[in-house]
Design a protein around this ligand. Structure first.
Ligand SMILES: [Zn+2]
Length: 239
């Protein structure tokens, strides 16, 4: 899915729905935002090829947050791309590199017995998968940083879903890359998924930070592309 010249959204089909990864490329650098699930790297490579680029063109990977569907392919990509530079918010790095257990495990493990069966299975799976996906991060970013990439990409710290969740604003195309801060349901913009969000109240409050940006479209990792008056739609989600 082409947003504009040099900006593709890679659609990685899943059992239910799809993941929408962003790929921004210039003459000298290519940035991939998030990496999909473990063992889906081949599908990702295919999607990069469909965007007209070899995998080897990827010079940088930026992670919006440490959930397994966002960092699952990171370790394998590091193996295939030994020179790639990996970026994430400073608060998120200890979770991505495995210095501390994933936030959802920290949140839900103490109340495991009282969880519905679906969530118990989810946490058990997470504990199994995480040791094989954690990977080092090279550079930390924080709120207000502007990445020197294709005319500038703003880092917006949007904690709530996780502690170091970030949204990104691609200045040239006025596109907000929302990660899991927002989703799309039946064509409508909605907030973070309440089932899998660390602090739902904070997740909605921090969306206010996005009002400083002139947003032409939103790329939601689980929802796709949203173009129907994005700034207004975001405002209606904030508290
Ligand atoms: Zn996600």
């Amino acid at each position: 899915m082409k947003i504009c010249d040099g900006f593709d959204v890679l659609v990685i089909p899943q059992e239910r729905g799809a993941y929408y990864l962003s790929l921004v490329s210039t003459k000298t650098k290519t940035l991939l935002i998030d990496t999909g699930n473990l063992d889906q790297e081949d599908r990702l490579v295919e999607a990069v090829h469909e965007a007209g680029l070899p995998l080897e063109s990827i010079t940088d990977i930026l992670i919006t947050h440490h959930d397994r569907d966002h960092i699952g392919g990171l370790r394998e990509l590091r193996r295939r791309l030994p020179r790639v530079k990996v970026w994430a918010h400073v608060d998120e790095i200890p979770f991505i590199d495995g210095s501390v257990p994933a936030l959802k495990i920290q949140d839900l493990d103490p109340v495991f017995d009282s969880l519905p069966e679906k969530k118990q299975i989810f946490i058990t799976q997470m504990k199994k998968i995480f040791p094989s996906i954690i990977a080092p991060v090279d550079f930390g970013v924080k709120d207000g940083d502007v990445l020197d990439f294709d005319g500038g990409i703003d880092v917006i710290h949007t904690p709530g879903h996780t502690l170091g969740h970030i949204c990104l604003y691609h200045r040239r195309s006025k596109t907000l890359i929302a990660g899991d801060a927002m989703n799309i349901q039946e064509g409508k913009l909605i907030g973070a998924n309440p089932d899998f969000t660390h602090d739902l109240h904070e997740a909605s409050v921090t969306l206010k930070r996005l009002s400083h940006y002139d947003i032409q479209r939103i790329v939601s990792y689980h929802g796709g592309v949203f173009e129907d008056h994005p700034n207004q739609a975001i405002l209606s989600l904030t508290h």
